[in-house]
Design a protein around this ligand. Sequence first.
Ligand code: BES
Ligand code: MN
Ligand code: ZN
Length: 498
Amino acid sequence: MLNVSFAKQSLPRSGVLVVAVCQGKALSPKCKELDKATGGALKRAIDASGFDGDKSKVCTLLAPPGLDVSRVVLIGLGEDKKVDDLAAEDAGGHAVAALSGAGEETASIWFDLGRNVPLGEDAAAAEFAFGAQLRSYRFDKYRTREEKKDRPTLRKVAVMVEQPARARNLHMPLGKVAEGIFLTRDLVSEPPNILFPESFVKECRKLARLGIRIEVLDKRQMKKLGMGTLLGVAQGSARDPYMVVMQWNGAKAATAKPVAFVGKGVTFDTGGISIKPAGGMEDMKWDMGGAGVVTGLMKALAGRKAKANVVGVIGLVENMVSGTAQRPGDVVTSMSGQTVEVINTDAEGRLVLADALWYTQGRFKPQFMVNLATLTGAVIVALGEENAGLFSNNDELATRLEAAGRATGDHVWRLPLAKAYDDMLKSDIADMKNIGGRSAGSITAAQFLQRFVNEVPWAHLDIAGVTWSKKAKPTVPRGGTGFGVRLLDRLVRDHYEK
Ligand code: BES
Ligand code: MN
Ligand code: ZN
């Protein structure tokens, strides 16, 4: 993780000096100061590049005369009245991207915010540092021959403000959330021969250090509990399935009802006997994305010592093809007692979640239950990479999730649930089929899940489109996004901490 520190403003003697400025024609006061120090070189660089402080725009002055730093980089925050948390984060992300390949090791950051910026300098600094950290993520443990010149060099960011202690305090919880997001990104990036149910359990156990209680249910225990839908998915794999229960008890009252998060953890999804086409099947290593978010979220919440009781439950299985694999036509019995006719073995995530949801609501009686799953290709068709699909039986919970999405940039879009969709799951011989028809695939999947949820406020996030990204965003490099960690951290922070 990029090392960030906060200090009083000074003129750095080495590395790069980054100045975050708002949009405008006139030179900002700090730019004026630097322009003077450089004998007018900064103004000439600005004029030559056409830089105007617009969002994401960058202007670089190399070897500035009169200064000891190797370069000055101006980074645009956009219109001053609109500089909010996310704009400051994005600027931090853009700064890191602009410096990649520059060979710099340390960056000092100045802010020139002016009067109209609604965000205080402390908050802007904390968010900028957070954004810089988020963008600096890289999964490179399996690169053994990368040339030095291709590796990122930036190690340290020194953020310079009037009140460094205040900025540092504001950044503290954000740094913990970044650590949670990095864990999620690591988990979804790991190849499926390395990350499988048992090795995933090992990663969860590491969280015990943070005060998270870890319990692991093995195959024998799950059998005893009657988790037949989850076990049916696992039966074709040489790897044993597990369910992990993580508990963070941070509420003042130890007995306060917990909130619960449940994740689909299919460490690889071949589709099973209803096998997937070869092209792109490697993507199914991140079919454990829901479980990855729950795990990263637990790390974030415990790291920042959230004042809430939180339960995270993940169902870990591998969906494989073999002589022991489940067949289309099999009927399995879930922990709830409901029977399912498995028409398509590739609709496996819902079978895993059916037992995980039932177990969680029965054991913990949570205030609410939110599950996350890379559940359907259909949600990618509907919403692309921009929004996760949101389904809920509770308007208040749905509204809160939508608001948390806007606040963090992890956007969600609500889709309907209704009896007519539920009817599409009727089976000739069992309580339900595991797929609907050709239409409304994401909704029928959600309807299936709802059959395993009782009165508890519940939301399902279909994150198939947002878990992995083919193009970078300001604070999200290509690859595993960590989508959902910030969203749910924010939900807890805004409504469930006392
Ligand atoms: N893991 C997939 C969904 C998925 C697809 C996630 C693409 C990420 C990217 C899920 O298990 C699946 O295979 N769903 C099927 C359901 C169908 C058989 C009803 C799908 O979406 O095709
Ligand atoms: Mn599948
Ligand atoms: Zn799947």
